[in-house]
Design a protein around this ligand. Structure first.
Ligand SMILES: Nc1ncnc2c1ncn2[C@@H]1O[C@H](COP(=O)(O)OP(=O)(O)OP(=O)(O)O)[C@@H](O)[C@H]1O
Ligand SMILES: [Mg+2]
Length: 461
């Protein structure tokens, strides 16, 4: 447990930004909750104000009615009251159960009512009955008008009771009316429900976002880990290649010497063994150079400092340098850059490596025929195209799909004998892309291949 807290503490110390996520997890839902609560409260208050305003209107209506038709004790005009009630009901359909009540001995008696059946009947003011006890309450507490919420048969109503006091200070009549507030209450409930629902959804969404955000930190940790591992790998490769370089140089020197010294003195089989040895040592040395190069590229330590160069001149030098190799195989190696007079902006070392790799490949994978190298400008696309076309093995569609992967080599019978690491094309394309260029190819199996190296033309000439 202690360890767990220690680890968490270390993690937070290394990634202080996570505190920001944690703060968000608390702050966003809280802010949202307070905002919604405040809005809902204001909305409810507004709705209640609206209902209370209606209370006053109803109260005024009752006052006007009774003052005219029942101005004082013993001055009741029940028929006139009834007529007024009927007229009011015709105008305001929201009003229900309008009544004028007097006290008759111990009983409360209805003298005019919207529901005519109640006229002449006494009112049962037993507290258990909905709202009717308010009648008795109002009679006793004459100083205040009552408006209160009641419920009859599942319907929410507002009951307004107006008290009339005679000159003798005694209550002589009550007028009561109900109006339905079901719709208003439903509206409030709906609004509140919707607000909380939206709040819930936003909270879930923001929590989800924050969790995602927090998860990013584990990726940061992972990538840090990966970086450390990469550096370790890089260091190991550097150390291993450095340690191997000396013995491999010794091996190369002595195998070459052995080959020269023993030439003519050994039989065919022995000569074959020596040749294989020489070749293997060369492969080993090439592989080490390639691996070092790949590791540099992957670590972003390759120098891409650009210079303005004339690609036609550089490519010609490379082709000239490889002429002997082509001649050895009986291949015709040609170069053409007619009319080309542009410059490109690349790192010269990388550029040379790319072109050399591709021309060497063409020589390597072409048993007979020719290799043609051209440099031309595609002015419409503002780019320089270097093409290397051969009449070699060609590459199948499947091979083309994987050609630029690390260590990928096309597996055919012809290729099997040719040494190589399968890193050349990957490195070449990687370098070309880092300098704003690209490598593409067209190839037909058993017919030959055509590789294209593109680089943007430089504006400066
Ligand atoms: N011009 C070509 N014609 C036919 N096949 C080719 C050609 N160029 C490349 N290939 C195929 O693509 C594979 C990958 O080439 P790449 O240059 O990456 O590696 P490699 O030549 O095998 O080794 P190295 O790393 O020493 O260059 C080769 O093994 C070969 O099968
Ligand atoms: Mg190669």
């Amino acid at each position: 447990m202690k360890r767990y807290f220690q680890n968490t503490f270390v993690f937070v110390r290394e990634n202080p930004a996570i505190l920001f996520s944690l703060a968000l997890i608390v702050v966003i839902p809280l802010a949202l909750y307070f905002y919604v609560s405040f809005t809902v409260q204001s909305f409810e208050n507004a709705a209640i104000n609206e209902i209370e305003a209606h209370d006053f209107t109803v109260s005024d209506t009752l006052l006007a009615m009774v003052e005219r038709d029942f101005p004082a004790k013993d001055a009741a005009h029940p028929e006139a009251l009834q007529k007024t009630i009927d007229r009011i009901v015709a105008n305001d359909t929201r009003l229900k159960n309008i009544r004028v009540i007097v006290k008759d001995g111990r009983d409360y008696k209805t003298i005019a009512a919207q529901n005519r059946d109640q006229v002449g009947m006494s009112v049962d003011v037993t507290p258990s009955l909905n709202g009717e006890s308010l009648i008795a309450y109002s009679w006793v507490n004459a100083s205040e008008d009552v408006s209160s919420e009641i419920e009859i048969a599942g319907e929410k109503l507002r009951r307004v009771i107006k008290v009339f006091v005679g000159e003798d200070g005694e209550v002589y009549a009550l007028a009561a009316a109900d109006f339905s507030i079901n719709r208003t209450l439903d509206m409030i409930a709906g609004g509140v429900y919707q607000s909380y629902l939206i709040m819930g959804v936003i909270m879930i969404l923001s929590l989800f976002l924050i969790v995602q955000h927090a998860r990013l930190f584990s990726y940061v940790g992972l990538s840090k880990d990966l970086q450390q591992k990469n550096t370790a790998k890089d260091n190991f490769i550097r150390m291993a290649t450095h340690e191997l370089r000396a013995p491999v140089t010794v091996l190369t020197g002595y195998t070459d010497l052995l080959k020269e010294d023993l030439a003519g003195t050994v039989d065919a089989d022995q000569q074959k063994y020596i040749d294989r040895m020489v070749l293997s040592v060369k492969n080993l040395s090439d592989l080490m150079a390639d691996i070092l190069e790949v590791s540099h590229l992957e670590q972003g330590r390759t120098d891409f400092e650009p210079e303005i160069i004339a690609p036609d001149i550089v490519v010609k030098e490379i082709v000239d340098g490889l002429a002997a190799k082509a001649e050895q195989k009986g291949l015709k190696l040609s170069f053409d850059a007619k009319g080309f007079s542009h410059k490109i902006r690349v790192n010269p070392v990388c550029f040379k490596r790319i072109v050399t790799n591709l021309v060497e490949n063409s020589i390597k994978y072409t048993p007979a025929g020719k290799v043609a190298v051209t440099v031309a400008a595609q002015t419409a696309k503002k780019r320089c195209a270097i093409t290397i076309q051969d009449t070699g093995f060609g590459i199948s569609a499947e091979g083309q799909a994987h050609l630029f992967e690390q260590f990928y080599r096309v597996k055919t019978q012809e290729n099997a004998e040719i040494p190589g690491t399968g890193l050349g094309l990957w490195m070449s394309r990687e370098m070309a892309r880092k300098m704003g260029g690209d490598i593409m190819l067209e190839s037909i199996e058993k017919m030959g291949s055509k590789f294209f190296i593109f680089f943007p033309l430089s504006n400066k000439n």
